[in-house]
Design a protein. Structure first.
Length: 272
């Protein structure tokens, strides 16, 4: 029998039954939402997307969705005792070639991210921010682990309103708030897990410069090429470029995508 939104809703209700969570079904928008009862924090799933994956992969698709939803909700519900300037600390992504010391020799607090990128930490000053160095940590009596924990918490509080575009059957989501931390959203694990649960194909991410992040629901080979072209264009235009490479998000890991231009028709290829 054909899977319907009502049937899928019932399946998800059974899988995601938890006395601390509340689920709602929006018939008009064809969405299913799971949220914490005490805070209202949660994620919304588009049912037609889930049905498409279910019809293709069966219960395995729902197993994966269940894992992503549980992980996203777990991360959302983490809390920290923030005080002083801790609410003003955010992570910033920079290219792997970015200096790890200031011009006057101060060591910047940083963490390796991917082969192409590195994470630094900033004290937000409103219209600008200051990268945090080890001397600042010592003066405040803070540890690197504490800075990382607080910054990761704070980045999850940033808005994630995105613009969507469909190109040749692939969905692209653009976020550019110009708040200095657009690329930093790649560190919002709850957001990545939510997107992974939501999309139909593969989740690819591009952070070409500081003030933009692109999420791609890649549903055919052309999607990778389109994302590569977008990333290169944004990388060339950005005032703080990061990387022209894009990443595939799988099993909570970011793997660089090396996209080769192999678009010759099969009839033009010669056998070896």
């Amino acid at each position: 029998m054909k899977m319907t939104s009502i049937k899928m809703k019932k399946k998800l209700e059974e899988r995601l039954a938890n006395e601390e969570w509340e689920t709602t079904f929006n018939r008009d928008k064809d969405t299913f939402r799971i949220e914490w009862r005490d805070s209202g924090n949660g994620i919304t799933i588009t049912l037609p997307n889930v049905i498409a994956k279910y019809e293709s992969r069966g219960e395995a698709a729902l197993d994966e969705l269940e894992d992503h939803v549980q992980e996203a909700l777990r991360v959302m519900n983490e809390d920290h005792d923030l005080e002083g300037k801790e609410k003003q600390i955010f992570p910033v992504i920079r290219a792997g070639s970015f200096p790890v010391e200031t011009k006057d020799g101060k060591k910047l607090v940083h963490q390796e991210h991917t082969a192409e990128t590195r994470i630094y930490y900033a004290l937000d000053l409103g219209k600008s921010f200051q990268l945090i160095d080890e001397q600042m940590l010592e003066q405040e009596g803070w540890t690197k682990d504490r800075i990382q924990e607080v910054a990761t918490f704070n980045v999850r509080s940033l808005p994630v309103e995105m613009k969507k575009d469909n190109v040749y059957g692939n969905d692209f989501y653009f976020l550019s708030t110009q708040d200095g931390y657009d690329a930093s959203r790649i560190l919002n694990e709850a957001l990545l897990e939510e997107l992974k649960a939501e999309i139909k194909g593969e989740l690819a991410i591009s952070i070409p410069h500081q003030d933009v992040i692109i999420f791609a629901d890649v549903q055919n080979p052309e999607g990778y090429d389109i994302l590569a072209q977008m990333a290169m264009k944004f990388f060339a235009e950005g005032t703080v470029p990061i990387t022209s490479l894009s990443f595939l998000y799988e099993d909570k890991q970011l793997e660089p995508i090396f996209i080769l231009a192999q678009k010759k028709p099969k009839s033009d290829r010669k056998d070896d």
